[in-house]
Ligand binder design. Structure first.
Ligand code: ZN
Ligand code: ZN
Length: 169
């Protein structure tokens, strides 16, 4: 669990680092192995601001070539904790503000770390930025080299240019 004791914390800036198993935080697939979470905490008289960065390895499948690959995904978020006697302990999710009673002993980051990690999983997953994908004819992974049929496939966008070239020659 990722907890920071905030009672008796002096005003100022503090760094915390947490390591553990993704299973223990119930962080789901595609994440695997261990998380590493770095927290920079600024403590003021009546508020705490945290900047959180988490790095976790994930097992992904490339959208273009269907290869399995591993990638480390970074997720970051910022949260403000306000100490207020007038409020019951509550969360304003839109503003990323958490209201705390002044007697609060610890803040618990586990569920936020998990939620932001889940949000950080990319929609588009590529093994390489310029992954060449699979040949639509023979299915060969073109990252491993070109196949014999690729010369015969002409992108329609280039076809007229190709004809022009032939004419000029
Ligand atoms: Zn790929
Ligand atoms: Zn081919």
């Amino acid at each position: 669990m990722i907890k920071i004791k905030v009672s008796n914390l002096a005003n100022g800036r503090f760094d915390f680092n947490f390591n553990g198993k993704v299973i223990d935080l119930e962080i789901p697939e595609p994440y695997i192995g261990n998380y590493n979470t770095n927290v920079v905490l600024d403590k003021f008289e009546n508020q705490i601001i945290i900047d959180v960065e988490t790095k976790i390895a994930a097992n992904l499948i490339c959208d273009r070539c269907a290869a399995d690959f591993q990638s480390v995904i970074n997720s970051k978020y910022k949260m403000v904790y306000l100490f207020q006697t007038n409020f019951n302990e509550s969360v304003d999710e839109k503003e990323d503000i958490v209201y705390l009673h002044p007697d609060t002993d610890k803040i618990e980051l586990s569920s936020d770390v998990r939620d932001f990690a889940i949000l950080a999983v990319p929609m588009k997953r590529l093994c390489l930025e310029n992954c060449k994908g699979l040949c639509p004819r023979c299915g060969k992974n073109l990252n491993d080299g070109s196949c014999n049929c690729d010369e015969k496939i002409i992108d329609p966008r280039w076809e007229s240019l190709q004809k022009l070239r032939i004419k000029n020659n």
